[in-house]
Design a protein around this ligand. Structure first.
Ligand code: NAD
Ligand code: TYD
Length: 348
């Protein structure tokens, strides 16, 4: 095998798309998907590639030092793409420590394992996948650049900012070869229905209220998940050592407009009267410390690596709705068990 890449968090939303892309595109790479399968991790996301010769799954927590060493050794890991994380802002507000444990301590544990395992560090890459939320919140003007000072506002973004700093510290102190990308909000198949878009699709289907925080005026920049995976592929292979790349959708939407759009699409697809699903829109108490706007300037990755989104939002969102409607079993399985409890506690 030419490379043996450890992808952490590969059973989650974005990770599963990255694992699929790498397994299919690079038959000469061994892809080791390491994931401890929290509520957000689901091996169903990778059913179609599970028998591939260059794919291995290892169930492990990134905080487990011994297991990590074993995996590095057993598979002679040459590179890491690190996506494992606690990823939901609302959960970080109720349980910040869980985010410190996985996003900060888990990342440092993984960095340490890689640093100790790789003797010739210049020949290996530690790629850390991060979020634009580390830059804080924008008002109506301006964009996040790679040079924008960090100003995280939520426990989630603070934990991701801390992990980014540790990655840079390991590059500076120990000569680890690293790269970081900070991406805007992703949408698409396999996203756990606690995030805005799949939650609304799921609730519209079930005729349940669509909880819009505050006035629904907050703005996010949405990117189709497969385009994020394509960007990760490019940055992994062509990104400059120890650089940062911002990845975004050039696609800003107010939350309320996204929810209305989903209602229109679902009315059409479910054969409901026009305006029927919009009746479900319910304005609820705002998220604590709710960031107003995120918007990425993705000029650097565009100019240096030639990346841009391949799908328009109009096409991507139709494909996404179709996927959730066609994959009822997936939705049923991920919303059984603890999901109901989370939902009731969070939205009551
Ligand atoms: P996700 O919550 O869907 O998946 C996270 C995965 O990590 C799950 O499979 C989970 O089981 C695994 N995991 C969690 N804790 C772990 C641990 N301690 N050890 C091993 N595995 C563990 O998240 P996602 O939305 O796919 O995000 C993936 C990465 O991309 C995260 O680092 C996130 O910060 C970043 N990111 C996400 C977005 C977004 O819009 N979702 C945008 C930019 C960046
Ligand atoms: P989310 O999908 O949780 O992503 P993030 O907080 O990381 O941006 O939320 C996207 C936006 O939608 C955010 O402004 C919060 C808002 N939102 C709602 O209005 N209602 C909801 O039920 C959820 C989950 C989010």
């Amino acid at each position: 095998m030419e490379k043996s890449i450890l992808i952490t968090g590969g059973a989650g939303f974005i990770g599963s798309h990255v694992v699929r892309l790498f397994v299919k595109k690079y038959p000469n790479y061994r892809i080791v998907n390491l994931d401890c399968l929290t509520y957000a991790g689901n091996l169903e996301n990778l059913k179609d590639i599970e028998g591939e010769k260059n794919y291995v799954f290892a169930k492990a927590d990134i905080n487990n030092e011994e297991l990590l060493k074993e995996v590095f050794n057993d598979y002679q890991i040459t590179d890491v793409i690190h996506l494992a994380a606690e990823s939901h802002v609302d959960r970080s507000i109720t349980d910040p420590l869980a985010f410190v444990k996985t996003n900060v301590m888990g990342t440092v544990n993984l960095l340490n394992t890689a640093k100790n395992f790789w003797k010739d560090r210049e020949n290996h890459l530690f790629y850390h996948v991060s979020t634009d939320e580390v830059y804080g919140s924008l008002d109506d003007g301006g964009y996040f650049l790679e040079t924008t000072p960090y100003d995280p506002q939520s426990p989630y973004s603070s934990s991701k900012a801390a992990s980014d700093h540790f990655v840079r510290a390991y590059a500076n102190t120990y000569g680890l070869r690293t790269v970081i990308s900070n991406c805007s909000n992703n949408y698409g198949p396999n996203q756990f229905p606690e995030k805005l878009i799949p939650l609304c699709i799921h609730n519209i289907k079930q005729n349940k209220p669509l909880p819009v925080y505050g006035k629904g005026e907050n703005i996010r920049d949405w990117l189709f998940v497969v385009d994020h995976a394509r960007a990760i592929d490019l940055v992994f292979h062509e990104g400059k050592t120890n650089e940062t790349y911002n990845i975004g959708g050039f696609n800003e939407w107010k939350n309320i407009d996204i929810v209305k759009l989903l209602c229109e699409i679902m009315d059409r697809k479910l054969g409901r009267d026009k305006g029927a699903s919009a009746q479900l829109i319910t304005f609820v108490k705002d998220r604590a410390g709710h960031d107003q706007r995120y918007a990425i300037d993705a000029d650097k990755i565009n100019k240096e690596l030639g990346w841009k989104p391949s799908l328009t939002f109009e096409v991507g969102i139709e494909e996404t709705v179709d996927w959730y409607l066609e994959n009822e079993k997936w939705l049923d399985s991920v919303t059984s068990g603890d999901y109901q409890k989370y939902y009731q506690e969070h939205y009551s």
